[in-house]
Write a protein that binds this ligand. Structure first.
Ligand SMILES: [Fe+2]
Ligand SMILES: [Fe+2]
Ligand SMILES: [Fe+2]
Length: 419
């Protein structure tokens, strides 16, 4: 019997923020650094704690609406890109989770220039969006290859140049109160920023339980899946299938909740995989497959560093391992793959082969059964679970499909075509 989850909210936010920015070295920690600037400016502006916490949370995940890695790179490089899209999608994603919904309006307008606002700065959404706009700008103005203190004059000049046009002078003034402090720049660019924020930043004392972790995981499945129409409902299907198998196998209620959370998070590491590979029509080259192999490693490292989610991290991240040790990337075998991990592997395999892919249609029952039986025969997956799935095939696949269909409708209404 498993106990109720207890997770530090700051650690969860930081780790997920980090996961979104894993894409490449140029943008690594972009949101975390933007959040640091936001926090520091809130402190000099004596922003009340509740508002500061909300703004910090918005900053940590402000670009989640930029769903592909490619779009994130373009945003960061001040590329010619429609800035509205990731703001609109970011707002829609924030609204899906009760914890993040109060910050949705700030995310929606984090690229709106001051001149386009028809509202006073003291309205909290305007103030938040303007502060985030400045923090995001400062972070992107940093050239990561040049020593930070040699850039301060240039960054200051560029910020002053947009005072009164893009950014309200009072917000610029907050920045001017920290710009001379070397420690501000050293902290901002420190490789130890994660631990600094974890130990001194907002939310450091907030603990959350299963239901909050559940709703955040539920949001993150969409951030991962909506990268591509082909995978748009994948984690939804995997989680549902894993829950049904876990229930039939006799796992406890709290284990089943953890199974659903693990299903939502299982492909979290795909945030770091380029869409060019995820959506490639046809089989992958050896080099491309080598890139894919990273995704479950990232899933594990992101979840495992949060603390309190060890079981979920294993269940989520071991879905490409095989009982005979032939899976990847940990190459662990039967002795270290517990029942939860085994269920997730079968759930992932079933859901993947039943779904359409760029290079093939979803498979029918007979072909799926063949794959499951041959995997069980060669000691890749657990025979008991494969049998359980095949014995209840119609019921399980109907329920998985129904959940996926509902999620597909939401994806098509709000997200598809704008990615
Ligand atoms: Fe942005
Ligand atoms: Fe940004
Ligand atoms: Fe996977």
């Amino acid at each position: 019997m498993l106990k109720e989850l207890t997770v530090n909210f700051s650690n969860l936010l930081l780790s997920l923020s980090d996961a979104v920015d894993l894409a490449n070295a140029e943008i690594a920690a972009h949101q975390m650094r933007t959040a640091f600037i936001t926090w520091q400016l809130c402190k000099v502006g004596r922003v009340p704690v509740d508002r500061m916490n909300l703004l910090y949370m918005a900053a940590l995940l402000h670009d989640i609406g930029a769903l592909s890695m490619e779009e994130k790179e373009r945003l960061h490089a001040f590329g010619r890109i429609d800035l509205e899209i990731h703001c609109v999608l970011g707002q829609a994603l924030f609204e899906l989770s009760p914890q993040f919904a109060p910050a949705a309006g700030i995310v929606r307008f984090h690229h709106r220039p001051w001149q386009e606002w028809d509202a006073p700065l003291d309205r909290s959404e305007v103030f938040g969006a303007q502060l985030l706009l400045l923090a995001d700008l400062v972070e992107r103005l940093i050239d990561r290859k040049t020593y930070i203190l040699l850039q301060v004059d240039r960054i200051k000049k560029e910020v002053l140049a947009v005072s009164g046009t893009d950014i309200h002078p009072e917000i610029v003034d907050l920045f001017m109160q920290v710009v001379h402090r070397e420690d501000f720049w050293f902290d901002l660019t420190s490789p130890r920023l994660y631990s600094l924020l974890l130990h001194s930043g907002p939310h450091r004392l907030t603990e959350i339980g299963s239901s909050d972790v559940f709703s955040i995981a539920s949001l993150f499945r969409h951030i991962v899946d909506f990268k591509s129409p082909f995978t748009a409902t994948h984690s939804t299907g995997v989680a549902e299938c894993a829950v049904l198998l876990a229930r039939k196998f006799g796992l406890t209620d709290s284990e089943i909740v953890q199974m659903e959370i693990a299903g939502y998070f299982h492909d979290l590491g795909k945030l770091a995989i380029p869409n060019a590979i995820l959506e490639k029509p046809g089989s992958l080259t050896r080099d491309q497959f080598a890139v894919i192999r990273q995704h479950t490693y990232f899933t594990y490292s992101v979840l495992n560093t949060i603390g309190g989610l060890d079981q979920i991290a294993r269940w989520a991240a071991f879905h490409h391992e095989r009982l005979d040790g032939s899976g990847y990337p940990f190459h662990i075998g039967a002795d270290r793959l517990d029942i939860g991990a085994r269920i997730m592997t079968v759930a992932d395999l079933f859901t993947a082969v039943a779904e359409d892919r760029p290079y093939r249609k979803g498979l029918e029952r007979d072909k799926i059964a063949k794959i499951l039986v041959s995997q069980a025969n060669r000691n890749g997956i657990d025979r008991r679970i494969a049998t359980l799935l095949l014995d209840h095939f119609d019921e399980i696949s109907a329920q998985v499909r129904e959940k996926q269909a509902r999620c597909r409708t939401m994806f098509e209404e709000k997200f598809q075509g704008r990615v």
